[in-house]
Design a protein. Structure first.
Length: 284
C-alpha cells in the first residue's frame, strides 16, 4: 500500500457534514467534487466559509483559502461525478432508502476501483452494502460535526469489506490529521450507540425534573471531564438527527433506546439545536 493522498474525491451531499468532508480533503490537497441536488451555491458557501474560519484560526498552514477552494467543484447528481475518483463519501441525510438509492447510483457511475464510503452514524454498513454488486469496497467513514475541527473518524468494516480498502481508508484518515477507531459493523457502531444512550438519559432527567439542562451538562463536564455535556452535544448534532438515530436503534436494539417524549416535542416544534437557534440551549 502506498502512502499517497486520495487525488480525486467525490462527496454526495453538500450539507454541513458533506461540506466539512469536502473541506478537509481539499485542504489535504485532493480535488473534490460535491454532488448536491439542492442548493449548490449554499453548499459552495459552506465550504468557502469553513475555509475562511480555518484560515483565521491558523489551521490552513501556508495554504490560501482561495487556492484550496479552487480544488472544489459541484455537480447536480451522483451520476455526474467524474471518472477516476479514488474515494466517494456518501453524506446525505440519515434515511435508509435515500442512502440505498444514492449508493446504488454511485456504484454504477464510478470506476470499479473507487472506494465507496458512507458517513452514516447508525445504519448497518452491511444493510447498505446489500444494494451493491460489489460490497467489498464499501466502508463506513463516520465523521463528526464540525468535521474540520473534530479529531476522530470512526471507521466501520463489515465481514465483506476488503482488507485493502480498510488499510487505504485508515491511511487517508491519518493523512487528514485525525485519529481513528476501527469497529465492526453493528447498529450505532461505538460512538452513536454510547452517545445516544447518554443523551437520551439526560433528556429523561430533564423530563423528570432531576436538574436543569445547564446542571446536567456541568455534572458530566466537571465530574467526568467530558469536554461537552450530553445536552449541548445533542444540540450540536441536531435534535432531529439524534431522534432519527434513536428510532433506528430502538428498532434494531430494543426499547432502551426509545426516544423520550420531550425530544419528539422539541423536534416537532422545530427546536433542532444550534442549526435552528434553539434546542436545549439558546444559540446565537
Amino acid at each position: 500500500m502506498t502512502s499517497t493522498i486520495p487525488g480525486r474525491v467525490g462527496v454526495v451531499g453538500g450539507g454541513r457534514m458533506g461540506a466539512g468532508i469536502a473541506q478537509v480533503f481539499a485542504t489535504l490537497g485532493s480535488t473534490v467534487t460535491i454532488a448536491e441536488s439542492g442548493d449548490r451555491q449554499a453548499a459552495f458557501t459552506r465550504v468557502s466559509d469553513g475555509l475562511d474560519r480555518a484560515h483565521e484560526r491558523g489551521r490552513l498552514g501556508e495554504s490560501d483559502p482561495a487556492t484550496v477552494l479552487g480544488r472544489v467543484s459541484l455537480v447536480d447528481a451522483p451520476d455526474e461525478l467524474p471518472a477516476g475518483l479514488d474515494l466517494v463519501v456518501e453524506a446525505v441525510p440519515e434515511a435508509l432508502q435515500l442512502k440505498l438509492g444514492v449508493l446504488a447510483l454511485v456504484e454504477k457511475t464510478v470506476d470499479p476501483t473507487t472506494v465507496i464510503a458512507t458517513n452514516t452514524s447508525s445504519i448497518s454498513i452491511a444493510d447498505l452494502g446489500a444494494v451493491l454488486d460489489d460490497p467489498r469496497r464499501l466502508i463506513g467513514m463516520h465523521f463528526f460535526n464540525p468535521v474540520p475541527a473534530s479529531t476522530l473518524v470512526e471507521i466501520i468494516r463489515t465481514p465483506s469489506t476488503d482488507t485493502d480498502v480498510v488499510a487505504r481508508v485508515c491511511e487517508w484518515v491519518s493523512q487528514l490529521g485525525k485519529s481513528r477507531v476501527l469497529v465492526n459493523d453493528s447498529p450505532g457502531f461505538a460512538t452513536s450507540r454510547l452517545g445516544v444512550c447518554l443523551g437520551l438519559e439526560a433528556i429523561r432527567m430533564l423530563e423528570e425534573g432531576v436538574a436543569d439542562a445547564e446542571s446536567v451538562d456541568r455534572a458530566m463536564e466537571l465530574g467526568y471531564r467530558h469536554p461537552m455535556g450530553p445536552l449541548r452535544s445533542t444540540d450540536l448534532v441536531g435534535l432531529d438527527v439524534r431522534l432519527a438515530i434513536a428510532e433506528h436503534l430502538t428498532e434494531t436494539l430494543g426499547e432502551r433506546f426509545r426516544p423520550p417524549a420531550l425530544l419528539r416535542e422539541k423536534v416537532a416544534r422545530g427546536e433542532l439545536g444550534r442549526k435552528s437557534g434553539r434546542g436545549f440551549f439558546i444559540w446565537s
